[in-house]
Design a protein around this ligand. Sequence first.
Ligand code: ZN
Length: 177
Amino acid sequence: MTTLPIRVYGDPVLNQVAQPVEDIDGRVAALAETMIETMYEAPGVGLAANQVGVQRRLFVYDKGDGPVVVVNPVIVETAGEWTYEEGCLSVPGLSWEITRPNAVHLRGYDLDGREIDIDTDEFEGRIFQHEMDHLDGVLLVERLDDEQRRAARKLLRQQRMRLAPGDPDGLARLLGE
Ligand code: ZN
C-alpha cells in the first residue's frame, strides 16, 4: 500500500488554486489510487489532490459504497441549505457546524475520460463542496462564522497546538487573530 503524507493547515499548498488535469493518463490513475489509499488510512471520506501536495483538479471520495475518483470537477448548480458538522483531514481533530447549500449538481470525468454527472444532496453534496473548496485553495476554517472563529481561537489556545508543533500560532493567524 502506498500512501502520501496529508498536508495540514499552514502549508501554503492548501491555499493555492489547483490547475486542471490536462491528460487523464496512467500517472493520474496512479495518483488517484494513492489518494484513495491515503484517504482510507487517515481515515476520511474525501481527499483532494492538493492535500497530498499535487496542484491538480481531482478528488477522491467514498460516501460508504466504494471509492470514486472525480477529475476536473465542476459544480454546475446548488440549491437549498443544510447545516452539518464538518471536519477536514488537513485540520485534524477539529470540526464545526457549517451551513452550505444542500443539493449539488456536479460534473467531471472518471479515469477513463467518461463524463460524470451526479445530482445529489446532504452528505455526498457536502463532500463535493468541501473538496471543491480545497481545489480552489479554500480551507474549512475560512468557512467559519464569527462566533465559531472565537470558539476556535479559544480551543486552540487551550490546545497550544498539537497540530503543527513547529508553528504553534499558525492556525490562530489563519483565523485572523
Ligand atoms: Zn478537507
